[in-house]
Design a protein around this ligand. Structure first.
Ligand code: MN
Length: 260
């Protein structure tokens, strides 16, 4: 089994290597990750400068590792299209330092990297652990990722799959359960701080604790109540329901344009 591992916290991050270490027990792992932290960069790709790939010494034996001077998405695209030799069975992104829940999946570099793989037809998994201290509980997440990968790759019903997994930062014995959830329609990023320095006003987007989710079937609610959350995502973007109204509107647009 060939697995590509990436993240958005950078090639040095402990979560990346905890993940690679567990996955190396069940398959052949190639780590391809940004050379620096790239959190909250979403699915961004680098177009205006060349990308350099550097082979680096792995922190886990028998893992091939490369750092990229680009984004998490760059890493996934390069790994799938240039670096990987032979078939890739799964792409795993994480373990992120901090939760990626609800609408934050749209800005998350961790989820963005997994999405790039999914868009290219590869089974993809993003995994994040809450960030309560410098001593994150990474072991449970890494083992869980390996279990999920093993089961997903073995199950032909799960080829078209893109999972977002989040864990509370608590010891394994304290985890209440594992819940399959829907993505909350709330976000962590919900506040703007105003500051002033040298007579200049500036603003800071503040990442706050998740609001209490109103619905108990969401990813936010699951993690808040001590559960592991597994959310299946997909990337449908076309809004068919607006077509009838927009068709009527568009029909007259050219006429209205020519009338000035
Ligand atoms: Mn991150």
């Amino acid at each position: 089994m060939n697995i590509i591992v990436t993240n958005d916290d950078g090639i040095q991050a402990g979560g990346l290597w905890a993940l690679a270490g567990e996955l190396a027990k069940i398959g052949k792992v190639m780590v391809v990750a940004p050379d620096r932290e790239q959190s909250a960069i979403g699915t961004a790709v680098t177009l205006r400068q060349p990308l350099r790939v550097q082979k680096v010494a792995p922190l886990v034996p028998e893992v091939e590792a490369y750092s990229i001077d680009g984004t998490p998405s760059d890493s996934v695209i390069l790994s799938l299209e240039k670096l990987a030799k032979g078939r890739v069975d799964m792409v795993v992104s994480g373990i992120n330092r901090g939760l990626n829940l609800g609408e934050d999946v749209l800005i998350s570099g961790t989820v963005g990297a997994a999405m790039q793989a999914y868009l290219r037809g590869f089974p993809a998994l993003a995994i994040s652990v809450a960030y309560a201290s410098n001593q994150q509980h990474l072991d449970t997440a890494a083992k869980l990722a390996a279990l999920l990968v093993k089961n997903i790759v073995a199950d032909h019903r799960l080829t078209d799959i893109f999972l977002n997994v989040n864990l509370p930062d608590i010891p394994q014995a304290d985890i209440a359960g594992v819940k399959t959830t829907r993505l909350a329609s709330e976000s962590h990023l919900n506040s703007i701080a105003e500051e002033e320095e040298g007579g200049q006003r500036y603003y800071r987007l503040v990442r706050q604790q998740a609001p209490k989710s109103l619905n108990n079937d969401t990813d936010i609610s699951a993690v808040e109540t001590g559960n592991i959350s597994i959310t299946p995502l997909y990337t449908r973007r076309f809004n068919k329901s607006l077509l009838p109204v927009l068709n009527k509107l568009s029909a007259d647009l050219l006429q209205e344009l020519s009338e000035g």
